[in-house]
Ligand binder design. Sequence first.
Ligand code: G6P
Ligand code: ZN
Length: 544
Amino acid sequence: MSVTRIETRPYDGQKPGTSGLRKRVAEFQQPHYLENFVQSIFNAIGGDQRQSLVLGGDGRYFNREALQRILCMAAANGFSHAIVGRGGLLSTPAASCLIRKHSATGGIILSASHNPGGPEADFGIKFNGSNGGPATETVTARIHECTRHIDHYLTLDARNIDIDHDGSQMLGNMVVEVIDPVSDYADLMASIFDFPAIAKVLGNGRFHVCFDAMHAITGPYATEILERRLGAPAGTVINGEPLEDFGGAHPDPNLAHARELVARMNGDNPPDFGAASDGDGDRNMVLGKGFYINPCDSLAVLAANAHLIPGYNGRLAGVARSMPTSRAVDRVAAAKGFDCHETPTGWKFFGNLMDAGLITLCGEESFGTGSSHVREKDGLWAVLYWLNIIAERKQPAHAIVREHWRQYGRDFFTRHDYENVDATAADALMHDLRESLPGLVGQSFSGHTVSAADDFRYVDPVDGSVSEGQGIRVFFEDDARIVYRLSGTGTAGATLRVYCDSFQLDPSLLEVDTQRALGSVLQAADDIAGIVSRTGRTSPDVIT
Ligand code: G6P
Ligand code: ZN
């Protein structure tokens, strides 16, 4: 098997976004498209760093073919070892766990996360570094630079490797080790949480849980952990078989897309606790009986109850949240005396803080929560964390959240998304908003007076790197806030995200409907940015 050098030319637009390169499958199927990007990753990390690679994906259409091609390229580029999840499967958090456990050089995860899968839908490739986390901005910038100048790639002319059975094989000079995708991750979970306590609750026949894997990667993980190791009855995990097109659905755990779970939670005899994860297993949505738990509140509750989780030894080093996430967790940090960091949107910003020991827990409003056990957000981990709290406190989820609000106050939060907006109109909206910032302070909009406004700029406290232009923040004197930013993960047009939050301490107003509670703030958001007039949209496509 000899190494072949294939001549190629750069493709435009191979710039990694919030989470790697995410495009339509058809784009990835263009000649050399995938290879250009993968070779650029290898070029960016440098020859002496090419030792061992963890490889797997969320099982979507094109996963298996892409994996075979990447294996040949890894072997041709001098990697000595590849660790592959059986069937080409690995959830994002499990890949992070394996990179760390095997001290690998890094990993390539094949996923477009919560975007739909199938021949007409999306595919994605992301690179994670040796700490198990998404490549930093410096590395992704280097990868992008390499994609702009690439003129050849290296591969092997080899037959397909058997990825469906555990064991080692040689591919050129590289050892390919196919392993069970679930067991290392499940062992890690057992080392963090009180499995016997959770098992008592799940096995008592009175507390019913429903986990919707949405025909995506968490099916095998949730089945092994919840049903086999923790003894929940068979059927606790629904849609547990990973499918290449996720059954035609949109594997995004929110109220709009987790349809079967929501129907069960609203049906006769609903489960006591419901949860769902996304395509690649890093997001989570948790639901109490008749009770939606906002991801911002979820993070705050996890932080407030960390002392109940054996793996954290009673203390958190600190917490972090992405800027648009509500400030609910800040209030817990202030009360408990640990630091709270505010980072731009994107999981990659948490890695440095974790590696430096500055934080233990972190989360984002986009249904992501995680801790330093890996360097990715982790859907199933969040579900187990909740179950551990429920087991310790002997209270259902809704009672835990209500008590939390009474103690800390409630941060009402909503996000309104305007999808596939004309990119020029969206850019102009953001540009004009930015220009208007200096004049906003002191002005009132729908009864809210602006106290401060800026374009969020992040200085990483660990390496001093600066990320500019991370979203427009408008603060009001009454502690309400609006954030505007354009999504970095969309694959068509522009997605404008508008995040609104407000704080309520009055016990009689804690249960108001969120959209009503934030009505005047939402109106102010339109007054300030002219969303309706500029985008032509009278209502958002998605509300979370
Ligand atoms: C992915 C990233 C998250 C990010 C989310 C939304 O899930 O891993 O870190 O919060 O996308 O990003 P976007 O740029 O679309 O708002
Ligand atoms: Zn995801």
